[in-house]
Design a protein around this ligand. Structure first.
Ligand SMILES: Nc1ncnc2c1ncn2[C@@H]1O[C@H](COP(=O)(O)OP(=O)(O)OP(=O)(O)O)[C@@H](O)[C@H]1O
Length: 307
């Protein structure tokens, strides 16, 4: 288990981490979310002992640890750090050796991970000859090559094509099933919602929401998704007390119900407005949880259209 406990980090007048605390259990793919500049990369660098803390502690399996322990972790930094003129396979073997593998094991693992990430044919190419997305795959292979028990990945999905996204999601699930703790940052909330059991949302250096995606979705005002034939914008709902139309998507309106509003009353109003094609009481989406947690309601950001 990885524990971030009251982390504080200042850069001159900027407070990058402001008593940040959350826990990443083993066996989970854990999403680390937050707006630009919220403190995600700084927190990940602190986990890897690459930045000093003004206060707080990071613990792995209950104990503080040194830089040497970090060599056993898998880390993909925000600033990608490969040697451009090294050949892909040679580069991975070199990094695997740095993580303590024997020459033979390094060669074997490098070949396995290149195959897994679809890069076997590029093994003898120089890193700089690869597209950005493929360089990213090499960087991921570098974080995975020693099959670490803790993976810390800073925006690992950015720049990957949809096949690459699926492959990486599969790899992260597999590592978690093998007992590793997997912490990654992302701005792709739909992907995080599908992939992660739990998330932490950081804003201005503080954890403003954390828990399982399911629990977080259940908190807050209830949502209703409804489709009335001929009225995709749910004009009928605007007149209902305590009901707000968040937006429409594919002909279905998403409504927020205030305290004490009974979904059955809303259903009755929908039926009165016309034939009801669809009606469902639903949880908050992660994108809605996120926007509310960072203080930017959905309608302020997207003109009311949920995505
Ligand atoms: N080396 C540094 N010197 C000065 N300020 C820094 C430094 N590193 C980070 N900061 C500041 O700390 C705050 C947190 O930055 P950080 O990079 O951790 O955010 P982030 O959540 O990773 O953002 P993004 O999603 O844009 O990558 C920002 O205000 C940033 O400008």
């Amino acid at each position: 288990m990885l524990e971030l406990d009251g982390l504080v980090r200042h850069f001159d007048d900027t407070i990058a981490l402001d008593r940040l605390s959350f826990t990443v259990p083993r066996g989970q793919v854990f999403g680390f979310l937050g707006p630009n500049g919220a403190g995600k990369s700084t927190a990940m660098r602190a986990v890897m002992r690459l930045t000093a803390l003004d206060a707080g502690q990071v613990r792995w399996d209950g104990a503080t640890y040194d830089l040497d322990t970090c060599r056993g972790f898998g880390y993909m930094p925000e600033e990608r750090g490969l040697y451009p003129t090294m050949r892909v396979a040679e580069h991975l073997q070199y990094l695997a050796r740095l993580h303590g593998l024997t020459t033979a094991a390094a060669r074997q693992r490098a070949a396995e991970w290149l195959a897994r990430l679809g890069l076997s044919e590029r093994a003898q190419d120089k890193v700089e000859a690869l597209s950005l997305g493929n360089q990213q795959r090499v960087q991921l292979a570098a974080a995975l090559v020693h099959e670490p028990q803790l993976l810390v990945l800073d925006e690992p999905f950015s720049g990957l094509d949809p096949v690459g996204v699926d492959e990486l999601a599969g790899v992260l699930r597999e590592r978690a099933r093998a007992g590793a703790a997997v912490l990654f940052s992302s701005h792709q909330l739909d992907l995080v919602e599908q992939l992660c059991e739990s998330v932490a949302i950081v804003h201005r250096g503080r954890c403003v929401a954390s828990g399982t995606v399911r629990e977080l979705g259940r908190t807050g005002a209830r949502r209703v998704e409804v489709e009335v034939t001929g009225d995709p914008d749910a004009r009928w709902a605007a007149a209902l007390h305590g009901v707000r139309v968040l937006g429409t998507e594919h002909g279905r309106a998403r409504l927020v119900l205030g305290d004490g509003v009974d979904p059955q009353q809303v259903l009755a109003a929908a039926i009165a407005a016309g034939p009801v094609e669809h009606f469902a009481v639903c949880s908050r989406r992660l994108s809605e949880v996120f926007r509310e947690a960072v203080g930017r309601p959905l309608e302020d950001v997207q003109g009311g259209v949920p995505r």
